[in-house]
Design a protein around this ligand. Structure first.
Ligand SMILES: Cc1ncc(COP(=O)(O)O)c(C=O)c1O
Length: 453
């Protein structure tokens, strides 16, 4: 791109763009990263500078950019039909994809309802769960229970699930509070700041007691428990102790409430199994997928349900869905992505890369301002603290984590900051081992420099 074109773009950006989650004054005051092209796991700006994408476009990218099989599937489907809508019309790609998803999902999830984003897949699951109880003659079961600090999306329905720990103020909840419906939350399985005060060893998953208490107290009022299985990535990569998911599932079953597993981020090998639920042999009643479903090439998501849930809707219709639900282009690319998932052994590659990541993260533990390093497969978080002994955070005005991310970016590596002073990495399984080492090495140096180690 010519310099004049870049300048024009920046001017138009300042005049017209409005970015998600972005303090706009800051944005407009600085020259921001513009990605004009991408190649594999590298993003390329108009001046030809290359950035290693350590967050795989927020967990979307599965096979790398510019994969010929995905491009070909997209073009081939576009030549046949771009979309047809699923409103009382079907098309082969959606049907094939539904069957494929049912085959890959934890056993028993046979029905597939399509949407476009992770948020709308979760909304669909919430509506399906409540409508299920209505159909069963228990409409008073209208409350959802989520894990504290969980993240399930952007819609008012999904923000309503944002329960927080007592001492925290959640800006999202606070901003939209009057628009949200009431929900309940149970303790997050945060082993660095254990909600039940365990220090080390002897964990008997007592943090799940708070779920049990809610389900006893609110008997007959709960529609479903919703969880991000085994890891809350956006809450700061809170990795649950082994057995936590199975215990939550057991408690939900015992109390006769539905379980929704939100696998929008964790699906497709990111946690070391195709779905995170697979690792603990859990089949939820509803399971959501999105993000990497199309390898990140098109927005498509799905809510999977058991036949038991589906049966409740047979006599009538599920009053949900939108124009683009299951559109043909997205479904065709998702099918091609799932072909690659099997053919290229993406799961095996993800596991091997996760092992490299584990080894690479080890030296971070020795840094005096690294409080904790957490990882599940290809989801990793490094929590920075001002004082390691007392686990005290840096003053927010120091913007330490943000400065680390900016320095890493200036050195050609993209990582994410999430609240709680955690730097997150979500590398694509398609990243080479050498590139991953470059990613962690750059981040390591950035942390040292910013924290003055
Ligand atoms: C667990 C989980 N659920 C839902 C969502 C929302 O997905 P989307 O941004 O596609 O709406 C996200 C996004 O990060 C997520 O991590």
């Amino acid at each position: 791109m010519e310099k004049t074109d870049v300048d024009r773009l920046r001017r138009l950006d300042r005049e017209h763009m409005w970015y998600p989650w972005t303090p706009m004054d800051d944005w407009m005051a600085n020259d921001q990263l513009v990605v004009e092209r991408a190649d594999g796991c590298w993003l390329i700006d108009p001046e030809g500078r290359r950035y290693l994408d350590g967050r795989s476009s927020m967990g979307m990218n599965l096979h790398g950019h510019g994969h010929p099989a995905l491009v070909e599937a997209l073009v081939a489907q576009a030549r046949k039909a771009g979309e047809t809508t699923l409103y009382r019309v079907s098309h082969p790609a959606a049907v094939e994809l539904a069957a494929r998803l049912a085959n890959m999902a934890p056993p028993g999830l046979q029905r597939v309802f399509f949407a476009e984003s992770g948020s709308t897949a979760v909304e669909t699951a919430l509506k399906a769960a409540y409508a299920y109880w209505v159909a069963k003659g228990e409409p008073e079961r209208s409350t959802f229970v989520s894990m504290a600090n969980g993240y399930h999306g952007e819609t008012l329905g999904t923000i309503s699930l944002r329960g927080v720990n007592n001492d925290q103020v959640d800006m999202i909840r606070k901003t939209y509070e009057p628009l949200l419906y009431p929900s309940l939350s149970f303790a997050q399985p945060d082993c660095y700041r254990c909600p039940v005060g365990m220090s080390s060893g002897g964990c008997e998953l007592d943090c799940t007691d708070s779920l049990e208490e809610i389900l006893v107290r609110e008997k007959g009022k709960i529609a479903a428990v919703i969880v991000e299985p085994r890891v809350q990535a956006l809450a700061g990569v809170i990795t649950a102790p082994e057995g936590h998911l199975a215990k939550v599932a057991e408690i939900a079953r015992r109390h006769g409430v539905l379980l929704i597993a939100d696998e929008v981020l964790t699906g497709w090998g990111r946690t070391g199994t195709t779905f995170s639920c697979d690792a603990e042999g859990v089949t939820p009643d509803l399971l959501t997928v999105g993000k990497a479903l199309t390898g990140g090439y098109l927005p498509l998501s799905a809510t999977l349900a058991t036949e038991e849930i589906f049966d409740a809707f047979r006599g009538g219709a599920f009053l949900s869905g939108s124009t683009y639900s299951g559109y043909a282009l997205g479904a065709a690319v998702a099918l091609a992505s799932l072909d690659l998932y099997e053919k290229d052994d993406v799961l095996g590659r993800a596991r091997a890369l996760a092992d490299v990541l584990t080894a690479e993260l080890e030296p971070f533990r020795g840094l005096s301002h690294v409080g904790d390093v957490r990882q599940l497969g290809l989801i990793a978080g490094v929590e920075l603290v001002a004082d390691r002994e007392n686990r005290t955070p840096f003053p927010p005005q120091d913007r330490v984590v943000e400065r680390v991310c900016t320095l890493a970016r200036d050195n050609g590596v993209l990582v994410n900051a999430v609240p709680g002073d955690v730097i997150t990495m979500l590398p694509s399984p398609s990243m080479s081992h050498d590139d991953l080492r470059l990613l962690t090495g750059t981040l390591f140096r950035a942390i040292r420099e910013v924290t003055g180690e």
